[in-house]
Design a protein around this ligand. Sequence first.
Ligand SMILES: CC(C)(COP(=O)(O)OP(=O)(O)OC[C@H]1O[C@@H](n2cnc3c(N)ncnc32)[C@H](O)[C@@H]1OP(=O)(O)O)[C@@H](O)C(=O)NCCC(=O)NCCSC(=O)/C=C/c1ccc(O)cc1
Length: 393
Amino acid sequence: MGSFGGAESFSIKRGKATNILALGKAFPKQLVMQDLLVDGYFRNTNCTDPDLKKKLTRLCKTTTVKTRYLVMCDEILENHPELARDGQPTLRQRLEISHEAVTEMAIEASRSCVKAWGRPFAAITHLVYVSSSEARFPSGDLHLARALRLNPDVSRVMLAFAGCSGGVAGLRVAKDIAENNPGSRVLLATSETTIVGFRPPNPHRPYDLVGAALFGDGAGAVVLGTDPILGTETPMFELSSAIQQYLPDTDKTIQGELTEEGISFLLGRELPLVIENHVEAFCKKLAMEGARGESHDVNYNDMFWAMHPGGPAILNKVESRLRLCPDKLNASRQALRDYGNASSNTIIYVLENIIEESRKKKESGESDCEWGLILAFGPGITFEGILARNLMV
Ligand SMILES: CC(C)(COP(=O)(O)OP(=O)(O)OC[C@H]1O[C@@H](n2cnc3c(N)ncnc32)[C@H](O)[C@@H]1OP(=O)(O)O)[C@@H](O)C(=O)NCCC(=O)NCCSC(=O)/C=C/c1ccc(O)cc1
């Protein structure tokens, strides 16, 4: 029995546990340096509004993002100048570009993940595909399965429009599948691009500037399964319990609407505060999922934290509400710095950072936290959480 929270009696229920067996990621070609973003964006959209420019410049600093990857590039704007203008019916063009890009990134992330896993694609029995960046029949899971030449009888499912919580929702669904299908190996792929919502700056849409300063594109992949074949597979995390919860009357806090002009986002300024007000109860419930029905005080600083970095304000509020030591959200802050908020993908980048941190700590003989929480918040407001064990410590 493992334990955490500094209390020996706080032990984990042992059941059928799913292991993360490999991780992978991929990005579009366009690497954007945050310092150069404002000039490029205003030039590309022919915007000369000095106040908007100043505001975006401020936001680019406060988001803490340094680099990220974007599908949008000069070549796309040369071919589709209408994407840089307001009021144009451009949904078809945006989706065409997005569909090709998200499938390409998901293929690359999956290949890199399966290579790291060390077994063939033929051993994949299930596919979970997550994206809020596409809308088509047949859906992206089939396009990905075909491109990867997965067996035609692979069981597929797509989670669409789960936004930032999609990556953890995908882990939860993959865990359920793995635990109910002995011997299965589940490939989870996530892929997102902001091109569907790319807009010129507009004083009536201040949240678009938050998106321009914060959001990134990319893909992620994970292979999951129970009963790892030791010697062939290397389990990295054990996913113990997963829960989901939505907060009533918060459906207007993150809104995305698909219009003729693409997806239009509305981000409520209250989001960091809403998360702060509910995170403690959610984390306690999640931690208790692993307890033997007894109530204990959890010391969150004895756990590792893999939290989706929605934005720095969200990380700061969670850190202060749970009284986390400053280094606890390092993996999330680093993912945000390197890739921006890449929606459902970002949790996969955070998990990679945690593994890298563990490797370094092991090399230097430092102790590391065995148990931890994988967390994300998305539209709804929906909280997704998984109590997990780091097997690399
Ligand atoms: C980095 C922020 C945005 C600003 O930092 P700050 O320390 O709060 O700074 P300020 O309070 O000075 O705010 C800077 C400016 O931004 C403005 N602002 C501050 N939030 C807002 C606001 N939601 N609206 C519209 N103005 C605002 C704020 O009013 C202010 O305007 P101004 O006084 O004129 O400079 C910070 O508030 C923050 O982390 N907020 C949370 C961001 C957030 O909502 N993230 C989660 C949503 S993610 C999501 O929905 C989808 C992601 C996605 C990702 C990738 C994909 O491919 C697809 C989708």
